[in-house]
Design a protein around this ligand. Structure first.
Ligand SMILES: Cc1cc2nc3c(=O)[nH]c(=O)nc-3n(C[C@H](O)[C@H](O)[C@H](O)COP(=O)(O)OP(=O)(O)OC[C@H]3O[C@@H](n4cnc5c(N)ncnc54)[C@H](O)[C@@H]3O)c2cc1C
Ligand code: FES
Length: 394
């Protein structure tokens, strides 16, 4: 082989090797809870506010001193801590970073959670989202560092199917921005289900990515289009996103699937993908609320435990309360709250670490991948269920 050719091959291999090293290091950093951009909380400054859709606002956060912000992986979130009156429970919520990683700012895109339309029992609007929507430029927001296991994994190089529903578009918008702005050449199928043009956030930016990158294909489904919404223009499909739609649009082949949206949509899609033979490790998802997709087999009375120990007793040592485990409970958090015992919680999805409870005896399993790490000997009550009689310190 000629020297020039050998040099070219070597340069090519070296670049591939360096890319692999970089991808492995980034993924390892994102996975490690002790490698956070900062510890505890720090103040971020609200530097711009943009109305994105009905009741959806983007909030641009910067370093108050004008410095650069630590990097994150597209798909990760920050955890926001709001001041509360003395004696009130802490108010902590997670919000995904909706733009690609940049040094200058973090962008959050937040939906104001309204009370139900027939609000006879005077249910208030969402507490944290109301506070977010009331922020003004110059205000400060206390936040913990970006984290979370749902991110565009740089080690994976398969073509991608990104599926978003409602405000679940935020982590996927970050992934899409990263793919577009780094000119990633993989095929990307982006599906988005939302009610109509009035409720369609981040639309222009996402449409631009698809228009400028032939490898990014977009399919928007409106479930309740407005009279002026044009099929083939504003949206491509009428109705809800379904597994059939995905199969119709995505060609045969191997893909990584990233999903984020309402529980019901995710449940149907994840089940549909598994049923159609997509291996579990290629389906990655984030739920914004209580863990609604339970992929881990839930514990049940096994031959060994059936007779005496099932359902197991959950005992709360400090408050001297106890109850039999109830299979209708989503998690230990629900059981504990049902007993009237005080326990902190934030995200209710294993992401903020607020509900960590010390396990004195017994075992639990988690029903959802945790985004936050519980200290040794503790469990995250919002995503844990008992597998044996249990004693918690609470
Ligand atoms: C990893 C992660 C990422 C997320 N990313 C985003 C994001 O990018 N954008 C985003 O908008 N959200 C995101 N969320 C959701 C967000 O964290 C909050 O859950 C959401 O903003 C609602 O919080 P809230 O305090 O406003 O509502 P809450 O006060 O918790 O209320 C929730 C709902 O319950 C109703 N409610 C309140 N009180 C009662 C009552 N007494 N009885 C019955 N109903 C009641 C409210 O009207 C509201 O509709 C994310 C969540 C997670 C876990
Ligand atoms: S409430 Fe956030 S981890 Fe449990």
């Amino acid at each position: 082989m000629r020297l020039r050719q050998r040099q070219r091959n070597y340069a090519h291999e070296r670049q591939a090797f360096l890319r692999e090293v970089d991808a492995t290091a980034r993924a390892a950093r994102a996975d490690r809870q002790d490698f956070l951009g900062w510890s505890g909380t720090r103040d971020l400054r609200v530097s711009a506010l943009v109305d994105e859709a009905r009741h959806v606002k983007s909030i641009y956060l910067t370093d108050p001193d004008g410095g650069s912000l630590p990097r994150f992986e597209p798909g990760q979130y920050i955890t926001c801590h709001f001041e509360t009156a003395a004696g009130e429970k802490p108010l902590v919520r997670c919000y995904s970073l909706s733009d690609r990683p940049r040094d200058e700012y973090y962008r959050l895109t937040i939906k104001l959670l309204e009370p139900p339309s027939s609000n006879e029992s005077q249910v208030p609007a969402g507490r944290a989202s109301s506070r977010m929507h009331a922020l003004a430029i110059g205000d400060r927001l206390a936040a913990s560092a970006p984290r979370g296991g749902f991110f565009l994994d740089p080690r994976r190089q398969l073509p991608l199917v990104l599926v978003a529903g409602g405000i679940g578009v935020t982590p996927l918008a970050s992934m899409l921005a990263e793919l577009a702005e780094t000119n990633d050449s993989r095929d990307v199928y982006f599906f988005y289900g939302v009610r109509n043009s009035c409720e369609h956030p981040l639309r222009e930016q996402i449409e631009e990515f698809a228009a400028e990158h032939a490898n990014i294909r977009m399919c928007v489904a409106y479930s309740q289009p407005l009279p002026d919404d044009r099929e083939g223009g504003d949206y491509q499909l009428r109705g809800r996103l379904s597994i059939e739609t995905i199969h119709r649009v995505v060609p045969a082949g191997q893909f990584d699937y990233y999903l984020c949206g309402p529980g019901e949509m995710m449940e149907q899609l994840v089940e549909g993908l598994l049923a159609s033979g997509v291996p579990e490790e290629r389906i990655l998802y984030e739920a914004f609320g209580p863990a609604s997709i339970r992929r881990a087999a839930l514990p049940q009375a096994s031959p060994a435990t059936a007779a005496a120990d099932w359902p197991p007793i959950v005992r709360l040592a400090s408050s001297s309360q106890q109850a039999s485990w109830d299979d209708d409970c989503e998690s230990l958090l629900e059981l504990i709250e049902g007993l009237g015992v005080d326990i902190d919680s934030g995200c209710r999805a294993g992401s903020c670490g607020m509900c960590a409870a010390r396990v004195l005896e017994g075992n639990v399993i988690t029903v959802k991948q945790a985004g936050a790490a519980a200290p040794d000997g503790y469990c995250l009550a919002c995503i844990s269920v008992p597998t044996s009689p249990l004693v918690l310190e609470l």
